[in-house]
Design a protein around this ligand. Structure first.
Ligand SMILES: [Zn+2]
Ligand SMILES: [Zn+2]
Length: 494
């Protein structure tokens, strides 16, 4: 099922005496080198050697960066802005790749069948730990992804949109409300769609995902649906994050509306539980009311740093909230409880991985942030103390301790994954993880790639705390490619 994807062409114009060129070239190499080598073809042209090309691309300043024939950068610039420009342009190019979409479509169909089996009780996907995981883990994953870059919400919207357009929800909506497919009249169809969406977030009989408590349609016109959702899993931390957290859902709503109605659709989240509101509300528009999702404006260095800091603080604040919920001291979602079906979480990972070649490094970085800054550190230090050792540990001790941490009963309350095993062979260490929530059950789709980059990054982050160095953790086998368990190889590059 592997599909050839046309590489993105990046050309950098420079010259020998250009002082801005070497640092910018370094950043280009670094960004492209972080998992995008297959996707981006980089060439460097010295304008003194090739004046023809200089003329053809209308190069006025040095360096000039051209991505797929469009100039995206001219002249010297600070590192952060260069990074930002590269990320945003490359992300956008990759997300719109048509070929990736066709592969995703097939995979998501398998995913749908798989999840339906689990939801209607035909088959349990994770026999040891069950198919419901704690929303705390889910939200921490989202928060650490959001913290990376203001472009992430945009990327999640796009991923959700593709998923809605091709996959899972459409099938669910028809199952919940068969009338949706039985009329050709647009107005009536739109009404049925609104009703089925309400069921999608409220139903607990046919599709017990526990994605949300309930939903009501608060406005319905021939081109607009406004839907209010209570206790939506992606934003139920009861913490004011300061921005909306449900971009993936918004994207899915836009995508599925477009799939059902056959006209352009868009969606925006008007109020969010994570942003000082009691509910999440979404406005879906079609045709001339299709709200287009635009790239966020570039932020300056200080704004980015402040945003990042805010997310660290939120992640820090969640520690107690989540442990209270796990120990049943205080429930976050008083009506439906804090566990949800793995099908709420899996599509985010799967659609990101299938639609976007950069997502491996994004997910890994997100996992690493959570590993370094996220909750659970007291348990880590407690285990260190019990051993009578001091940090930094050597790699062997560090990996051993990480293994004990991952096998600790309190760590398992969230049911994020099943049993963990540690294998060692001379100086090589490998963690084997059973029933990882992000991908369990997807082996049937045989997608021929690994999916647990977030987990790998998390292991790397936790190890960083223990050994004081940055290890590389690479997933070498994954349930998503048909392997029995996920396996992670751990190394330290000296
Ligand atoms: Zn929300
Ligand atoms: Zn995996």
């Amino acid at each position: 099922m592997s599909v050839e994807v046309t590489p993105i062409r990046l050309i950098m114009f420079s010259s020998e005496d250009c002082v801005y060129c070497p640092p910018i070239e370094m950043i280009v190499r670094e960004v492209v080198g972080s998992g995008m080598q297959e996707m981006v073809h980089v060439s460097t042209i010295d304008v003194d050697d090739d004046p023809e090309a200089k003329k053809q691309y209308n190069v006025m300043a040095l360096p000039t960066l051209v991505i797929n024939d469009e100039i995206v950068l001219e002249g010297g610039m600070d590192d952060d802005s260069v990074r930002e420009i590269l990320w945003s342009t490359l992300l956008n190019q990759a997300v719109s790749s048509e070929e990736a979409v066709s592969q995703t479509k097939k995979s998501l169909l398998s995913f749908t069948m798989n999840i339906m089996d689990s939801l209607n009780g035909t088959r349990v996907i994770r026999p040891s730990v069950g198919d419901y995981t704690h929303i705390g883990d889910f939200q921490l994953n989202l928060l650490s992804l959001y913290s990376l870059d203001p472009l992430i919400p945009h990327l999640l919207y796009k991923a959700g949109y593709q998923l809605g357009l091709y996959g899972v929800i459409h099938h669910s909506l028809t199952l919940l409300h068969p009338k949706i497919g039985k009329t050709a009249k647009p107005n009536l169809k739109f009404k049925h769609l609104a009703y089925s969406l309400q069921l999608f977030f409220s139903d607990r009989e046919i599709l017990p995902t526990l994605l949300a408590k309930s939903a009501v349609i608060t406005e319905l016109t021939p081109t607009k649906i406004t839907i209010l959702i209570e206790e939506l899993a992606s934003a139920s931390l009861r913490i004011n994050v300061g921005e909306n957290m449900c971009d993936f859902i918004a994207g899915q709503l836009a995508g599925v509306t477009e799939a059902v109605m056959g006209v352009k659709a868009g969606c925006r989240e008007l109020t969010c539980l994570a942003n000082n509101s009691d509910y999440c509300t979404f406005e879906i528009g079609i045709g001339e009311d299709a709200i287009e999702r635009l790239l966020p404006p570039l932020e300056n260095k200080d704004e980015r740093a402040a945003r990042r800091q805010n997310f660290y603080e939120v992640i820090h604040e969640t520690t107690e909230i989540i442990s209270d919920s796990l120990l049943m001291r205080k429930i976050l979602r008083s009506n439906i409880g804090d566990f949800m079906h793995i099908s709420v979480f899996q599509p985010i990972i799967i659609s990101l991985k299938l639609l976007d070649k950069f997502s491996s490094s994004i997910l890994y970085s997100g996992g690493r942030e959570l590993g370094v800054f996220g909750p659970g550190k007291p348990l880590l230090y407690k285990l260190v103390k019990e051993k009578g050792v001091d940090v930094p540990l050597n790699l062997s001790e560090g990996v051993e301790l990480l293994y004990e941490y991952l096998s600790h009963p309190t760590y398992h309350l969230g049911r994020n994954h099943g049993l963990v095993r540690l294998h060692r062979n001379n100086d090589n260490y490998m963690l084997e993880v059973e029933e990882n929530s992000s991908i369990s059950g997807m082996g049937v789709a045989n997608m021929n790639k690994t999916f647990c980059d977030f987990q790998a990054g998390f292991f790397a982050g936790r190890l960083h705390i223990l050994i004081g160095k940055d290890p590389t953790v690479k997933e070498i086998e994954c349930q998503g490619m048909g392997s029995k368990n996920c396996k992670f190889l751990i190394k330290v590059n000296e």
